[in-house]
Design a protein around this ligand. Structure first.
Ligand code: 13P
Length: 252
């Protein structure tokens, strides 16, 4: 049975001490929750990764990095490699977030290389994709999403898919307060699962968790998470506050 997942992407938020405080709050709160086939992941900034990983070692919270260099090592000033992430006992990385694509020039092609490097280093990947508003308005959203997934992931062999989590994040819904309706999310998630089933075996499609991201809040989470093909959420703003994030875990 595929896992349900609530993942918090902290983006470029939280200083060292703020991050420590939030991890502490979450760690305490999570003890009160019964997690049934549900994974809870947080992705703090790099400066807090080691501390968060150490502090959550004995808890049900898992830690992810928000990005990673496609190269293994060398003269790439300012970059962080897969092995550096692994060296602080972090086994998950978010790749392909729309903010990385928009502001840092990441492309489907460069992401395919990042995916390979991450898998080679035994990192599990939360792979993000999603259409911009113009694509949705012109009815191109399915094509765009298909292209993003095919170009970055469909060169992989079947065995790699146990280390892939998909995250559909329509760009027009990120940080805008505007969410895809539960029906729009379900429609796209079913389409994605079908794409994976056509390219690979249907068992792989059935096993892959597909998260929705884009203005998920305690007030709308339950309805979105209740959809058949929505296996949880990748959360931005609401992951920065322990009460809100815990409410999302309760919602799932
Ligand atoms: P918001 O929840 O703030 O819209 O962000 C979603 C997101 O980008 C998670 O990666």
């Amino acid at each position: 049975m595929r896992s349900k997942i609530v993942a918090g992407n902290w983006k470029m938020n939280k200083t060292y001490s703020e991050s420590k405080a939030l991890v502490k709050e979450l760690k305490k709160a999570i003890k009160e929750v019964k997690l049934d086939n549900t994974r809870v992941i947080i992705a703090p900034p790099f400066t807090n990764l080691q501390k968060a990983s150490k502090k959550t070692k004995d808890s049900l919270i898992e830690v992810a990095a928000q990005n990673m260099c496609k190269e293994e090592s060398g003269a790439y000033t300012g970059e962080i490699s897969a092995s550096m992430i692994k060296s602080v006992h972090v086994d998950i990385v978010i790749l392909g977030h729309s903010e990385r694509r928009e502001y840092f020039g990441e492309t489907n092609e460069s992401l395919a290389k990042k995916v390979d490097t991450a898998l080679k280093n035994k990192l599990e990947i939360i792979f993000c994709f999603g259409e911009v508003l113009e694509d949705r308005k012109s009815g191109n959203h399915f094509k765009v999403v298909e292209n993003q997934i095919k170009k970055a992931l469909f060169h992989l062999g079947s065995g790699a898919w146990k280390n892939i989590i998909l995250a559909y994040e329509p760009v027009w819904a990120i940080g805008t307060g505007e969410t895809a309706s539960p029906e729009q999310a379900q429609e796209m998630h079913a389409f994605i699962r079908e794409l994976v089933a056509e390219r690979y075996l249907s068992d792989i499609a059935e096993e892959v968790s597909i998260l929705y991201g884009g203005s998920v809040k305690p007030a709308n989470a339950k309805e979105i998470f209740s959809k058949e093909d929505v296996d949880g959420g990748l959360i931005g703003g609401a992951a920065l506050n322990a009460d809100d994030f815990m409410a999302l875990i309760e919602a799932i």
